[in-house]
Design a protein around this ligand. Structure first.
Ligand SMILES: NC(=O)C1=CN([C@@H]2O[C@H](COP(=O)(O)OP(=O)(O)OC[C@H]3O[C@@H](n4cnc5c(N)ncnc54)[C@H](OP(=O)(O)O)[C@@H]3O)[C@@H](O)[C@H]2O)C=CC1
Ligand SMILES: COc1ccc(Oc2cccc3nc(N)nc(N)c23)cc1
Length: 199
């Protein structure tokens, strides 16, 4: 059967690729959150739906009134889950493999949305072929951002198998209805959307 594309989607602060602080995101970037919602929700085939995969701790930290993330299948991973559909659009699974075997045929793309433990495992899973990384930079060295959680992604080493794609490839991947701005600034933070694929 056709296998859905599996993409990691994450926003990280360069150069150490920080993503969290005390269980939450270290920043709130309005336009970036809209990009996340639009990219993970939009399908090219209107009869299909996308899925988002997250760790149990990330699910637990979504306020109950805001979960499941709307208009997407929500897959939650926990080692203590059986593999079952627990609610409309909510699937419990104890491995990414099992969660993928439970997907209906109308799923177009699968997005891995966090958190740290899930990211750092799945970046090494060959089924993950795309990385949508929002690269954030702090333009104010006098105002350091508190972080305590990092991606362990081998992106910048010379022998890395991940290659940053040109912006045109990112635009193709997300579709022309989503506008890609460059060097977006919100407060002290400046960020760019990037697409990486395995070489
Ligand atoms: N900057 C960004 O874009 C994002 C940042 N984050 C940040 O990440 C942090 C949360 O990440 P983290 O604490 O690592 O938690 P996660 O959300 O990664 O959840 C971890 C849990 O997922 C389950 N799990 C992990 N691996 C597997 C596996 N192989 N099979 C089955 N279940 C598995 C386990 O659940 P159990 O214990 O039940 O077995 C584990 O405790 C927060 O700071 C959050 O803000 C999160 C998303 C996006
Ligand atoms: C607490 O629950 C959640 C925490 C983080 C999360 O993921 C994101 C939230 C907001 C913006 C996000 N931006 C990018 N590029 N990637 C993500 N995974 C994002 C989704 C749910």
């Amino acid at each position: 059967e056709i296998k859905p594309t599996i993409a990691i989607i994450v926003a990280a602060l360069k150069p150490d690729l920080a993503i969290g602080f005390q269980g939450k995101m270290p920043w709130r970037l309005r336009k970036e959150i809209r990009y996340f919602k639009d990219v993970t929700t939009k399908t090219s085939d209107p009869s299909k739906i996308n899925a988002v995969v997250m760790g149990r701790k990330t699910w637990d930290s979504i306020p109950a009134r805001f979960r499941p993330l709307p208009d997407r299948i929500n897959i939650v991973l926990s080692r203590s889950f059986q593999n079952e559909t627990v609610d409309t659009n909510v699937i419990h699974a104890n491995s990414i493999a099992n969660s993928l075997s439970q997907l209906q045929p109308n799923v177009e793309r699968v997005f891995v949305i966090g958190g740290a433990e899930i990211y750092n495992e799945l970046i090494n899973d060959s089924r993950v072929t795309h990385l949508l990384l929002t690269e954030i930079e702090n333009t104010n060295e006098d105002n350091q951002i508190a972080v305590d959680t990092f991606l362990k992604f081998p992106l910048y080493s010379t022998d890395s198998q991940w290659r940053k794609q040109p912006k045109s490839e990112l635009q193709k991947f997300i579709g022309s209805s989503i506008t890609l701005e460059d060097d977006i600034s919100e407060g002290d933070l400046k960020y760019n959307y990037t697409l990486w694929t395995r070489r």
